[in-house]
Design a protein around this ligand. Structure first.
Ligand SMILES: [Zn+2]
Length: 794
């Protein structure tokens, strides 16, 4: 039944201003606001933000068209000044030195009082107001709605990046910045309007806040309006999200007012738990679990959103909003949080400007936003041209599923190599990824599988990782290695067996590596090899220097004559494998230089050590020295990933930091780099009167494939996929801890094609990385073939 007079609702939206050329935050709010009516468009603490106040509406359509109109007017006015407008909790590109606080007395005083908090307040929120004129009711309803704030925050989460571009790992980093202020957090701990006023008076009297407007509770009776105000949400680029949040909040307020008047109890949750649940929502957004505070327990965000919407059905039906909310909440689940969309935009090409462009487009209601990704380098291949390759792929797809066509592989008949099992195992591992040295579940699965085959695995002392031997008990063995760990990357593939662990995924294909070695174990048990074979499932490949170091220390290489491994390659089509003699990956060391100076006035650099200048000399100078002193053919590359120093124009900073990586394709050069860098930095900085500390961390050496082992590997690959599908691998600039095994025993690694041949291949470690599971059969067969070379050559 529709009510004739639903509570009115209004929205305050905050927007970042962006310089359209640099995509950085720009402080031109005063200039822009001068062109706009001041009853709707107002300033904020930071000059890079403007706030827009909607009218009040009883119907969502009215609210939506009002907000739409205001956005359009703002965007048009900004466009004339070369300014872009973006609604999001935070923006990834800003220079602290360019930011300014608005020059009113109130904001100047806030800067003076709150210092860092005011300077770093480069965030935007959405506030929703719902009519609730009775202040006593408002204070109590504020408590009753508090347990539901996390769901509303998760829907709006749009601040994954800090203003220096760093990924915070949070969906709403804005929430964390907010919580630093002295008067934020759950609703005020009072139960009447009089108590509330007294509390606010006390806060003002304490001198910690300067006016009642600074009582920034998650939900509060509005300072100037007869409303209850929702304050937890990030600014939302898509207007649909704003409408959804507004509709849900209005229904929630209505339900709790009804409950209050009827004398029923609301959900009672202690504030500590509400705060914990809010943190969880800020961390995970819609992409992970939220806390169901009623029980309490962690549950997938989509389930909690669904429950929340359903619980408000009576109120939503009264206002005629039910259908709209059902549609918008389904869309929200499908689109994911803005935070996830932003990360996805960054992952495509690694450009933060793409994130900004996405937010500008979504704020303007446009959808065509992302430029096409440049075509990746063509995968190296021997034999077929690209057209031929495509035809070949079809041939291989057909062959893969045609089990009759394995006559040349007598050791693996259809019953031994069950592709469906491989897929089942891999999908299970994929859905339950574990970070380095935390691979307990994965280790347990592998262990159970091996024990089930009658094998006797040896656990590594750290509790993750294991190896086991099979075949005759004499002689030196051939080792096959897989890695178990996943990455701290939030998956965006949308696959049905997508990672269930927030922020963790198998973006490097180690789930497939583990699966293939499990599959090889099955085959080898049924068809025992003539030589001894060791299967090594190592933890923590993704760490530096790598879990292989611990694995070797535990004795996994004792008695091993040679070792082999496969790694997924998303640039190589499924059905193909590639390898090369000599280095196939690169070394990867990290260089951190910390600098200190006495500091001083920039007018008199000669009286101090000009730290910025010295840092700049290092930035360009060290690369130049390496350029002249190291053979260019070794592909030795120094790249600085972080250079930080300074705050203001006229002061020489007292400290700074440079962090970079140094990679080399040459094993010999790698060994020489640390002393060379140490010496060069000492000499480059000598004249500048700055102190420094160098921390040089050797990562991994390059994986250098042994010529004989590479010949074995080629032979094995040919026996599985045929000569035409064996490629010459190029050397990658990535690092791989398989290198540490090869420092001890000869061995070789090959790349396994996992690209399905359609669309743009996703890079390893990208949130959208996926692999064609058909590749795993080739992987298993190649691994098994490596154990057969001796007896087949007889
Ligand atoms: Zn990997």
């Amino acid at each position: 039944m529709l009510v004739s007079d639903p509570r009115k609702v209004g929205v305050e939206e905050e927007f970042h201003l962006i310089d359209r050329k640099t995509r950085r935050l720009t402080t031109r709010a005063p200039e822009l606001l001068a062109r706009l009516p001041d009853d709707v468009y107002v300033d904020e603490l930071q000059q890079c933000v403007v706030e827009v106040n909607s009218g009040v509406y009883a119907d969502l359509d009215g609210l939506r068209s009002d907000l739409e109109r205001h956005r359009t007017v703002l965007i048009d006015a900004a466009e004339g000044l070369g300014i872009g407008v973006a609604a999001a909790g935070s923006m990834p590109l800003a220079l602290p030195a360019e930011m300014h606080v608005t020059g009113t007395q109130r904001y100047r005083r806030m800067l003076a009082d709150y210092q860092m908090l005011a300077r770093e307040q480069l965030i935007c929120g959405t506030q929703v107001h719902v009519d609730l004129p009775d202040r006593d009711e408002a204070v109590q309803v504020a408590h009753r709605v508090a347990p539901h704030m996390p769901v509303l925050l998760a829907l709006s989460a749009s601040s994954p990046f800090r203003s220096d571009g760093a990924d915070t790992g949070y969906a709403s980093a804005r929430t964390l910045l907010w919580l630093r202020w002295p008067s934020t957090g759950p609703a005020a701990p009072v139960s009447s309007a009089a108590e509330y006023s007294a509390l606010i008076d006390d806060l003002v009297a304490s001198g910690v806040i300067s006016d009642p407007g600074m009582a920034y509770f998650d939900v509060r009776p509005s300072v100037k309006l007869p409303t209850l105000e929702l304050r937890v949400c990030d600014s939302c680029p898509r207007l649909d999200t704003v409408i959804l949040v507004a509709a849900l909040f209005r229904a929630l307020v209505e339900r709790e007012v009804e409950g209050l008047r009827a004398g029923t109890k609301g959900v009672e949750v202690v504030p500590t738990l509400t705060r914990a649940a809010l943190w969880r929502a800020a961390r995970s957004g819609l992409e992970g679990d939220l806390v169901d505070v009623r029980f309490p327990q962690a549950r997938p965000a989509s389930d909690l959103v669904g429950d929340f919407v359903n619980s408000l059905r009576p109120q939503l039906e009264q206002t005629g909003d039910w259908d709209t909310v059902v549609e918008l909440s389904a869309e929200a689940s499908a689109h994911g949080s803005s935070a996830a969309r932003q990360r996805h935009a960054l992952a495509r090409r690694g450009r933060l400007t793409d994130v900004v462009d996405l937010l500008l487009a979504e704020t303007a209601g446009r959808t065509e936003h992302l430029p096409e990704v440049e075509a990746p380098p063509a995968p190296p291949q021997t034999g077929p041209t690209s057209i031929g390759a495509r035809r070949t792929r079809r041939y291989w797809s057909a062959r893969l599923w045609d089990r009759g066509d394995t006559a040349d592989m007598t050791w693996t008949e259809s019953t031994e190599l069950d592709e469906k099992k491989l897929i089942e195992w891999r999908r299970d591992l994929h859905a339950h990824p574990e970070l380095s040295f935390e691979e307990r579940r994965t280790t347990g699965i592998v262990r159970n599988h091996l024990v089930g085959l009658g094998l006797e695995p040896v656990m590594l002392p750290g509790g993750t990782g294991l190896w086991c031997d099979l075949g005759p008990e004499t002689g030196e063995c051939v080792a096959l290695r897989a890695d178990l760990d996943a990455l701290p990357v939030a998956e965006t593939t949308g696959l049905p067996f997508e990672s269930t662990v927030p922020g963790v995924s198998h973006a490097c294909g180690h789930d497939a590596h583990t699966t293939m070695l499990m599959g090889a174990a099955s085959v080898l048990v049924r068809h025992p090899p003539a030589t001894r074979v060791r299967l090594i499932f190592q933890p923590a490949e993704e760490t530096t220097p790598g879990g292989s170091v611990d694995t070797i220390a535990a004795g996994a290489l004792d008695g091993v004559a040679k070792i082999f491994a496969l790694h997924c390659d998303p640039h190589l089509e499924v059905g193909k494998l590639a390898t090369r003699t000599g280095p196939i990956t690169s070394s990867n060391d990290s260089v951190t230089v910390r600098l200190w100076s006495a500091g001083g006035h920039t007018a008199r650099p000669h009286l101090t050590g000009d730290l910025i200048h010295a840092a700049a000399v290092l930035v360009t100078g060290l690369a130049s020295v390496l350029d002249r002193r190291v053979d260019a053919r070794t592909a030795t590359v120094l790249t600085w990933g972080k250079v930080a120093a300074g705050q203001v124009a006229n002061s020489v900073p007292e400290s700074g930091e440079l962090v970079g990586t140094l990679r080399s394709a040459s094993r010999e050069t790698w060994a020489l780099l640390e002393p060379l860098v140490t010496d060069a930095i000492c000499h480059l900085l000598a004249p500048y009167n700055v102190r420094y500390e160098l921390s040089y961390r050797q990562g991994v050496p390059p994986v250098v494939n042994d010529p004989d082992c590479t010949a074995d590997l080629r032979e094995a690959i040919e026996s599985v996929v045929g000569f035409d599908h064996l490629g010459e691998a190029h050397q990658s600039s990535g690092g791989e801890d398989f290198a540490w095994y090869l420092e001890k025993v000869p061995g070789a690694m090959a790349r396994l094609g996992v690209w399905d041949g359609t669309g743009t291949p996703q890079e390893l470690h990208q949130p959208g990385f996926n692999l064609d599971e058909r590749a795993m059969v080739h992987g298993v067969r190649t691994l098994v073939a490596l154990t057969r070379l001796e007896d087949e050559s007889e």
